[in-house]
Design a protein around this ligand. Structure first.
Ligand SMILES: Nc1nc2c(c(=O)[nH]1)N[C@H]1C(S)=C(S)[C@@H](COP(=O)(O)OP(=O)(O)OC[C@H]3O[C@@H](n4cnc5c(N)ncnc54)[C@H](O)[C@@H]3O)O[C@H]1N2
Ligand code: MOO
Length: 394
């Protein structure tokens, strides 16, 4: 049997980093910078006022109160500001360029607010309320290093620097294909013996949630020709194919039947759920074949695909945030397998507990879980109070 770590390595090695592409700011959200982003200009790009008020020379407010004629009006956006005439004040608004020669910004509250002449009652020291050139960013500086995950603030600073698009790693293009003659699309009538198809929407959503582009190829019946046709229809332009179902030990194991000896290796992995797995290539395209049981599929995504896909998209941090917390109730685990149990974190008590049983068909319990408990291969029993690792989902 293959270890979890060995199979994780096989899957990680299948994927190569996605290319770095110029992408609009909006579409860059959640993606990762593929190159350092340098500042093409200073921020602020010019000295400007941080207050609505008056710009004056220091010598003109040495003795207070002082009344000065207003020689200029400078709202934000003026592009033709001339030097400040000595012995005068410029009325200036927040963000407006400082007139050359101005040294003191007097907030309007410290004056009589005059438009033609202004009486200045008191004044701050020179430099106060003045935003200097490059105070935030110097031209040429690396503002966002390669590997930065683009969030709202990163989009903000990139826009402030004039970038309309960013060099980010493109999302991984993933094709999700479920197999199973018993499957019916949600929304259609269900005959006895049939079930609704849940793996493809779940897996596609899991990929979308990490910033990948997931498409669903209509699920196929358990026939090799149907699977090959589905793969051929959809494979072009795909970085990764993920199938679910048809990989265990029975008859009608369509994925195994179609892909064994065709570049995909099937293996039992020492984990529960998620034991039957496969990985390889279909033509040139990486393929990962997940077990059909819904919880097995999802757990396999968390353990193998999420980290590999995030690494391919350049994420510096590929694992879920993890805590180690005491169990609030005992649990058992199979010998020789790493068990992944749906879990629940009690944030008040600081404890975790298994959430539902270990059965890999218990999907509603997965939906109610907020963490995944990881019980090592050599542990068969844990008592209440024993520490256990929990991956925080969410
Ligand atoms: N004799 C053995 N039987 C099984 C073994 C084994 O080692 N020996 N392994 C079991 C384990 S563990 C798993 S996990 C499953 C994996 O089976 P498959 O990958 O071949 O999946 P299927 O048989 O196609 O389906 C399993 C189960 O999941 C339901 N399913 C499948 N696809 C979907 C879907 N897209 N949406 C919702 N539900 C789905 C399917 O109806 C079955 O109930 O094999 C065990 N058996
Ligand atoms: O691998 Mo199976 O997931 O134990 O049901």
């Amino acid at each position: 049997m293959r270890t979890v770590t060995e199979h994780a390595r096989v899957i990680a090695d299948l994927l190569v980093p996605t290319p770095v592409e110029a992408t609009t700011l909006t579409e860059s959200l959640g993606l990762v910078l593929g190159e350092d982003l340098r500042a093409p200009l200073d921020l602020p790009p010019f000295a400007n006022s941080a207050m609505d008020g008056y710009a004056v020379r220091a010598a003109d407010v040495a003795a207070l109160p002082a009344t000065l004629p207003v020689s200029q009006d400078i709202p934000a956006g003026r592009t033709d500001v001339g030097p400040l005439t000595p012995g005068t004040a410029a009325r200036i608004m927040t963000g407006a360029p400082l007139p050359p020669g101005a040294e003191v910004i007097v907030p309007v509250e410290r004056t009589d607010g005059g438009a033609d002449r202004v009486r200045i009652d008191s004044a701050p020291a020179p430099g106060i309320h003045i935003r200097t050139i490059g105070e935030d960013v110097h031209r040429g500086d690396v503002v966002l290093p390669a590997g930065t995950v683009i969030g709202a603030a990163q989009i903000g600073v990139a826009a402030a620097l004039g970038y309309a698009d960013l060099p980010v790693r493109r999302p991984l293009r993933v094709l999700v294909l479920s197999t199973g003659t018993e499957l019916v699309a949600p929304g259609r009538p269900l005959a006895p013996g049939q079930i609704y198809e849940s793996n493809a929407p779940m897996l596609a959503a899991a990929f979308t949630a990490i910033g990948a582009w997931a498409t669903i190829e209509h699920f196929v019946v358990d026939e090799v020709a149907a699977l090959r046709a589905g793969l051929d229809r959809a494979a072009a332009g795909t970085d990764l194919i993920v199938t679910s179902g048809g990989v265990s030990a029975g008859a009608y194991e369509v994925v195994k039947d179609a892909l064994t000896g065709q570049g995909v290796e099937f293996a039992k992995v020492a984990m529960q759920p998620g034991m039957p797995q496969g990985a390889g290539r279909y033509g040139d395209i990486p393929v990962v074949t997940l077990p059909g049981n819904p919880v097995s599929s999802y757990v396999s995504f968390e353990v193998f695909l999420r980290p590999a896909a995030r690494a391919a998209m350049g994420h510096p941090d590929i694992t879920r945030p993890t805590v180690t917390a005491p169990l609030s109730a005992p649990l058992d685990s199979p010998a020789g397998k790493r068990q992944f149990r749906r879990g629940h974190l009690n944030a008040v008590e600081g404890t975790v507990a298994a959430w539902g049983g270990p059965g890999s068909h218990l999907l509603a319990w997965l939906a109610g879980a907020d963490c995944m408990l990881v019980i090592p291969e050599d542990v068969t029993h844990l008592d209440a109070g024993d520490p256990v690792e929990a991956w925080l989902l969410g």
